[in-house]
Design a binder for this molecule. Sequence first.
Ligand SMILES: Nc1ncnc2c1ncn2[C@@H]1O[C@H](COP(=O)(O)OP(=O)(O)OP(=O)(O)O)[C@@H](O)[C@H]1O
Length: 312
Amino acid sequence: METILEVNKLSKAFQKRQVLKGIGFEVKRGEILCFLGPNGAGKSTTIHILTGALPSSEGEVLYKGVPISKQLRSYKRELGVVPQDLALYEELSAERNVLFFAGLYGIRGSALAHAVEEAIQLAGLADRRHDKVKTFSGGMKRRLNIACAIAHRPELVIMDEPTVGIDPQSRNHILECIRKLRDNGVTILYSTHYMEEVEAIASRIIIMDHGHIIAEGTKETLKEEIQGEKQYGIELEPGSHIQEELFYRVEGVKFVEIKEDRIEVVSLKDIENLDRIISLLTDQGVKIRNIESRTASLETVFLKLTGRKLRD
Ligand SMILES: Nc1ncnc2c1ncn2[C@@H]1O[C@H](COP(=O)(O)OP(=O)(O)OP(=O)(O)O)[C@@H](O)[C@H]1O
């Protein structure tokens, strides 16, 4: 598959603080590459550099083999950017917003009308096209934000957490819209906090933490890393207290995280130790509300790699 974007040894420091520490990866034409990482991992900083909005401290980004700094105008014409924050005119209709943004790319006349129609349809907003944005729900605004970014038919679309805080229906619309874009041959780089979205749409995944890429692969190859492991999610009575260290005394336990009334335990698959974990809790006078046992999931991969849950 052709490489559309190549990122080499990218670093970024704000004042003296190193936020990106020499990351490198490629984006292949036609794929949905998902960027996953906890808050502060460096996803947005990477995206800002990739969109040409922020200079890097070191390293380079090549689009179709040429540094973006040497072709910023033509690169931006072929790029669609969906920012984390909404960039819309509240007093204008949905259609007028898309017209405005597509018009910035020099599209005119019937080509413009056609482009706007296509983007509005893709975002699932056809029946509300004449309504002012200020009457829209948060989810509809997010969909319109996407329509504005894709109307000029970019080859590469970069999205920075486009589904934060929206209802499930709008989220499904957005994921569907992304799949359709991919089916139309558009390459997508998608940053998110939500593991289920990655499961639903990713061709490939990059996991970032503390300014590094700590894992890269398909869902399947990443899950292979934890083939030999399972995970228990244990829910306790509110107000329960127990120390993490105690769990590591149980044979097979590899990782434990306690958060309020919930415990996540990653353990070796072949060792039957659930009864010992339960005894440990009951011996400490802790009451269990629920236990679920899961096999390897991306969430487990993430937990193992970063030592923390994604929505920290
Ligand atoms: N303009 C800036 N000046 C100083 N520090 C910054 C600036 N922008 C980002 N940072 C810091 O860089 C680190 C990485 O931030 P970044 O926004 O890239 O992370 P992120 O993975 O996108 O997280 P989030 O999911 O919260 O957006 C953070 O610690 C942040 O505080």
